[in-house]
Design a protein around this ligand. Sequence first.
Ligand code: MAN
Length: 388
Amino acid sequence: MIKRSLQTALDYLWQRYKNLISSNNLIDSVWRFQTLYYSMKDIAQRFPENPLISPIDLKASEEGLQIICLLNPGVFTFEGKTWLIVRVAENAVQKEGSIFFPVLNELGKTEIVELPSEHPELITTDPRVIRYMGLDYLTTLSHLRLLCSDDGIHFYEPEGYPPLFGKGNLQAFGIEDCRVTFLENKYYLTFTAVSGNGVGVGMRTTTDWNTFENHGMIIPPHNKDCAIFEEKINGLYYCLHRPSSVDIGGNYIWLAESPDGLHWGNHKCIVKTRKDNWDSQRVGAGAAPIKTDKGWLEIYHGANKEHQYCLGAFLLDLNDPSKVIARTDAPIMKPTEPYELSGFFGNVVFTNGHVVDGDTVTIYYGASDEFVCGAKFSIKEILAALEV
Ligand code: MAN
């Protein structure tokens, strides 16, 4: 609490005096203070090449649709390259007097729905959602696209790896925010499956990224942000997931276990929102937890009432992941750069994919729900930021 108030005060002072400090070229200690302050504020080292991929870099999946957002990629390594499975959100071309949005029909074909733009029961205040006559729809339809890279910075669409689209009536509004877990020679893809029936967790598995086994919906609505651990613990599969409880409860992170990776039980609520904090409204898991000698380290997102999305971290016991050992008090990353502050849905940094190399975790993240970006963290530094 004290640390947080101190940080708010420092934040204010820095915003007020940064120009003065740089123009007067003040003594070294001021710069040391500045460095210290910045490290308290955000410990992410963003790629200078950010944003790495923008909507204009890819082609729409079909005529009549346009790519509005590229965001929240799952990440994996395959055949010596870094791969992203990017969420591509497309909308329909708009015309005066109506609102158009794409959905998938039972056959998996895109259909454009038209609504009158002036209607007493139409609410379009959130750019992501259309509320019409008491029902919710999405302004965009998302599918998942595979991109790969030799250096982790420059990504391209390889030939022979077709995109993944929603299938069936539980994915009619699209598939989003895919996490990828490599476990026992198989890639597990867990993603948000959206339709008029609700928002749940869909799963497909693959070994070659060409043929996929479809496991349907593994966790029913309302649920998202499902990340499967990359190792079994005491013979069981584990995952983090995020149900949303409408009345009693909230948007909290839960843990579940499974004998086969498909059927999940023994659910436990492990990480909750924190009142008046940066993660006061919702929390959700990022990618699969990272195994460290201190415990399972998870980078998660949290949002406040103003829908500002930041990243934090928590640590779970290696042997019993339902025990939360520690959690960061302040965010380890918050929206600060122009591409994180404004875009399709500004003030958002959101991650669900990373690669680990020794002490370095490289996250790929959605900025402002519009661009794909990259940043590095030192695992030691994240561990040092945890509060017990
Ligand atoms: C939700 C999801 C994410 C999105 C954030 C911020 O958590 O829809 O895909 O990035 O909101 O809009």
